[in-house]
Design a protein around this ligand. Structure first.
Ligand SMILES: Cc1cc2nc3c(=O)[nH]c(=O)nc-3n(C[C@H](O)[C@H](O)[C@H](O)COP(=O)(O)OP(=O)(O)OC[C@H]3O[C@@H](n4cnc5c(N)ncnc54)[C@H](O)[C@@H]3O)c2cc1C
Length: 394
């Protein structure tokens, strides 16, 4: 017997994957999204094998092939010379070892792929322009109130409403958000504007003193995405839409390898953005009898392990598994989901921050072995080797 219906707040990558995973198990969904139009911002992201396994299990093989980019390797480079400290291949044995590839995507492509799949199953299940403002839960259900004054009563609610989650704020004491002193600048460059072969088809990471830059291709190799991470004060806002001054960014990297400077120079005007990195401790719990959290709403993290979306995708598979296993007892299902996810996601939240510090230490001349992934991905095997689909099968 499938659970009657599950309501999801937020149609981001986490919310849509959850919708699809629930539909995959025959559970009806209703998604409420605050934006009036569905879409994603113009940025890239990497999905490691632990996330890819879920997307394949949801039957998205052909759709993935049409939009992904396969980087050849992780190349950790010296910030001035550009010479690699090491290269770890993402092909060959990597795929055999971890059971799926490591791909680069344009966020908008990934989001559209998920949205199309959800709407193929149910054309009318997503309501836009619905910003949740209040939530009250009693033993029989959950009442949701939206900014437009409308109100609905639902049996089970999943808060997939991102780093500034309203569901989390309403139901749990919000974790302290502390500015880390790191800022992420990002931009996208068309490959037509770059010399061919200027940037190798790898996940290129230049590590320098107190900063690093990651550049990789997305959208079948048509666009180059970069993120430049700096240590600085005076800017503490987490937002995908805050514009940065490209000239200021270029100035910060003026002594770096010419390839890094060329990438920054070719960012289209008005397409350079900045995001202050805030750190939050893992929550001790995130479910009630009828409501839970997923993705950044549950475990916001800094991006140094590139696992935020991947964790949301894993969460989506696991929450669907338990809601399907306990259709008439949401409290039991949501508790079991939380127990399955708390330790792993908390470890990644903390590990992500440590990874950023290690990378910047390498750039300051610290021990490269500290990064632990020279000559292989042994340090990441507990992350990449995880298989939610095998642990929580259909
Ligand atoms: C610079 C940078 C680089 C990154 N790179 C990677 C990477 O390479 N790989 C990776 O896995 N992760 C990466 N991440 C992390 C990733 O972006 C996030 O973890 C991911 O977007 C979380 O997805 P989500 O669905 O939980 O939240 P979101 O993507 O934030 O989606 C939340 C949705 O909820 C909606 N919403 C919010 N509030 C309400 C409300 N009150 N009512 C209704 N709807 C609401 C929002 O409009 C949005 O659509 C990166 C992050 C940053 C900052």
């Amino acid at each position: 017997m499938a659970a009657a219906k599950v309501t999801i707040i937020g149609a981001g990558i986490g919310g849509l994957t959850a919708a699809l995973a629930l539909q995959h198990r025959g559970i009806g969904v209703r998604v409420y999204e605050q934006s009036s139009q569905l879409g994603e911002i113009g940025a890239g992201l990497h999905l490691s094998p632990n996330g890819m396994k879920v997307l394949y299990a949801l039957g998205l093989n052909d759709e993935i092939e049409a939009i992904r980019f396969q980087p050849e390797a992780l190349a950790l480079r010296h910030f001035e010379t550009g010479k690699p400290f090491f290269e770890n291949p993402f092909t060959g044995d990597f795929i055999k070892t971890f059971g799926a590839p490591f791909y680069g995507f344009h966020r908008a492509d990934l989001h559209k792929m998920l949205l199309d799949a959800v709407e193929r199953n149910d054309q009318d299940c997503i309501a836009v322009g619905k910003r949740l403002t209040a939530l009250t839960e009693d033993k029989d259900g959950v009442t949701l109130v939206f900014e437009d004054g409308s109100e609905v009563r639902e049996p089970v609610v999943v808060g997939a409403d991102g780093v500034h989650s309203t569901v989390r704020t309403l139901l749990h004491s919000d974790p302290d958000a502390r500015f880390t002193g790191h800022v992420a600048y990002r931009g996208m460059v068309s490959v037509d504007d770059l010399e061919p072969d200027l940037v190798e088809p790898k996940m290129n990471l230049w590590a320098g003193p107190g900063a690093h830059v990651v550049a990789y291709y997305v959208r079948r190799g048509e666009l180059l995405n970069y993120v430049a991470l700096t240590e600085e004060d005076g800017w503490e806002t987490e937002s995908w839409t805050t514009q940065a001054n490209k000239a200021d960014l270029a100035d910060q990297f003026k002594d770096w390898n010419p390839t890094v400077q060329t990438i920054i120079d070719h960012t289209q005007q008005g397409q350079c953005y900045k995001w202050a990195l805030l750190m939050r401790d893992p929550l001790p719990a995130w479910s009630t009898a009828r409501t839970t959290l997923l993705g950044d709403a549950a475990h916001p993290m800094v991006p140094y392990l590139a696992q935020g979306s991947v964790m949301a995708i894993e969460d989506a598979w696991v929450v669907a598994h338990y809601l399907s296993a306990h259709p008439s007892d949401p409290g039991k299902a949501l508790k079991a989901y939380e127990e399955a996810r708390l330790e792993r996601t908390g470890k990644i939240q903390i590990g992500a921050w440590e990874q950023g510090q290690i990378t910047h230490a390498v750039g300051r001349g610290g021990d490269i072995a500290e990064r632990g992934d020279g000559g292989g991905f042994a340090k990441s095997s507990w992350i990449y080797g995880y298989d939610a689909c095998a642990l929580y099968p259909d």
